[in-house]
Design a protein around this ligand. Structure first.
Ligand code: FE
Length: 295
């Protein structure tokens, strides 16, 4: 099996309307044709949607979708995962229609999150993406939607799961110093994006530390920083550059309390990449301003 990308994810939030305004006005995402049940979905590119936001009390990540190339890779993935003793479930026709994919199956990760494997996403080239906030473009395509950073109760268990069951590769490790001691962060890839998922051990009652959206230019990132400040959104961390992927980014809190990293300029993986480790998460910047929730 070859996972090709983290292609979509879903959040559960208490206030969908506040989130929609934030997504359009600050992040620059385009609202997709909504599903009738009050769910909001957002586009970043030619895909029909990339981020789904549903109403609920969790204010957390509820599902992630990993993409494989075609029906054969899909069947191979399911057989391989079942052989590892993980029980998988076929996505219903209704769920496949809702996700806009040809087929999907799903299973739970060690935090109880729904992990979906799919192929056959819906492309809407006839409705070109345009950002309502004037973002020149998001870095997606072969690199997928962006990345998510998970807080897990048991790092070894979660790392093993995402390596062996999902089939991701470890990119590198950061031993990040914090006030509470050093926290080990593990970064994992499935395409040239430095990491599609990262994880660290923490128990704060939420599984998502932050999600990342990457934009095409430095100005796209800077304009978003200004929009976040002008909208009085709490800034979690100032603009900085990460030690491992070299992303220049800032962190803000979304209306649901979950943090978003908004970045530009990450370096990409190639066949010469070797796993390395770091003693710090950022070369410069990323000074924490908001309530500290880790990386
Ligand atoms: Fe990040």
């Amino acid at each position: 099996m070859t996972i090709q990308a983290l292609s979509y994810f879903g959040l559960e939030v208490t206030d969908v309307d506040a989130w929609r305004s934030f997504a359009e006005d600050v992040l620059g995402l385009l609202s997709a044709d909504d599903i009738a049940d009050g769910t909001a979905r957002f586009r970043m590119d030619s895909r029909a949607w990339r981020i789904e936001v549903t109403q609920g009390p969790a204010d957390d990540l509820s599902f992630v979708g990993f993409e494989v190339a075609d029906a054969q890779a899909f069947e191979e993935a399911r057989e391989r995962i079942e052989r590892l003793g993980v029980s998988t479930h076929s996505g219903s026709e209704g769920l496949a229609r809702r996700r806009g994919v040809l087929d999907l199956f799903y299973f739970s990760d060690p935090t109880g999150m729904q992990v979906e494997i799919f192929y056959g996403a819906t492309e809407l080239f006839e409705k070109p993406f345009h950002s309502p906030a004037g973002v020149s473009g998001f870095v997606t395509g072969g690199q997928g939607v962006g990345h998510v950073v998970l807080l897990v109760p048991n790092l070894i268990q979660a790392r093993t799961f995402y390596e062996e069951v999902v089939g991701l590769r470890v990119t590198d490790i950061i031993d990040m110093p914090t006030a509470a001691g050093t926290i080990e962060l593990v970064f994992m890839n499935c395409n040239p994006r430095h990491h599609s998922i990262a994880m660290g051990q923490a128990s704060i009652g939420k599984r998502l530390d932050h999600f990342l959206l990457q934009v095409a230019s430095l100005d796209d990132m800077g304009f978003a920083y200004d929009r976040a400040l002008n909208a009085k959104m709490p800034i979690r961390a100032t603009i900085g550059r990460h030690s491992n992927d070299h992303m220049v980014s800032f962190y803000a809190f979304t209306p649901s309390g979950v943090a978003v990293e908004y970045g530009w300029g990450a370096r990409e993986l190639n066949e010469t990449w070797r796993v390395v480790r770091y003693d710090t998460a950022s070369l410069w910047g990323h000074h924490e301003l908001g309530p500290s929730k880790g990386y």
